[in-house]
Design a protein around this ligand. Structure first.
Ligand code: AMP
Length: 199
């Protein structure tokens, strides 16, 4: 399988690029943010519990997020996909460890982690712009946006070292034309695929 992780701060373009990469490499796209928003829309207990954290710009507890992903590999295989693209997951080292166990149990592994690099000022501007149309309350309030970026710096950034230690991390410049960034991401995936292959 090709299992990709799109990594980067809120507003770095993970969702946009994941849509493109999933088509090109025939992957199942898993966005934990989208899964959580759909739980909220369906009024489930999980959604209710997650909403408070999301509205405050905080990460949802690990157990809740990890619990949603148990069936991902089987789902990808049943749908005839070549692998999975994770967008917005893992966001903590505990999540990265859980993902490693989950994939190992299914006889597969993370192929590479593509980290989109975008500076803070550009991130805030992009999120505020997205907030005009996304309908996401966490995209409109400047304090919530700042909290999300802060959560990223303190809890999510350390995940990069987890994958750097495993030689799986590649940084990609996340500013420029969307097409050029997609191309750089695809090149990186192809370079990793020719280096390692788990079938
Ligand atoms: P996103 O759509 O990826 O920007 O996520 C929106 C919000 O959902 C985040 O600010 C978190 O509150 C929550 N969330 C999404 N993915 C995760 C995750 N992997 N771990 C914890 N919280 C998450």
């Amino acid at each position: 399988m090709i299992n990709l992780i799109l990594f980067g701060p809120p507003g770095s373009g993970k969702g946009t690029q994941a849509e493109r990469l999933k088509e090109h490499f025939q992957l199942l796209h898993i966005s934990t943010g989208d899964l959580l928003r759909s739980e909220i829309a369906n009024g489930t207990a999980l959604g209710l519990a997650a909403k408070e954290f999301m509205d405050a710009g905080q990460l949802v507890p690990d157990a809740v997020v990890i619990g949603m992903l148990g069936g991902a590999v089987d789902q990808a295989r049943q749908a005839g996909k070549k692998g999975i693209i994770f967008d917005g997951f893992p966001r903590t080292t505990a999540q990265a460890e859980a993902l490693e166990h989950m994939l190992t149990d299914k006889g597969t592994a993370v192929s590479c982690v593509l980290s989109l690099v975008v500076d803070e000022e550009e991130l805030t501007q992009r999120i505020l712009k997205r907030g005009l149309t996304s309908g996401r309350t966490d995209d409109t309030d400047i304090d919530t946006i700042r909290k999300r970026v802060q959560e990223y710096r303190t809890k999510t950034e350390p995940v990069a070292s987890f994958y750097k230690d495993r030689d799986l991390l590649e940084e990609i410049e996340g500013v420029g034309s969307i097409d050029a960034i997609t191309e750089a991401l695809m090149d990186a995936v192809n370079a990793f695929s020719s280096k390692h292959s788990d079938g």
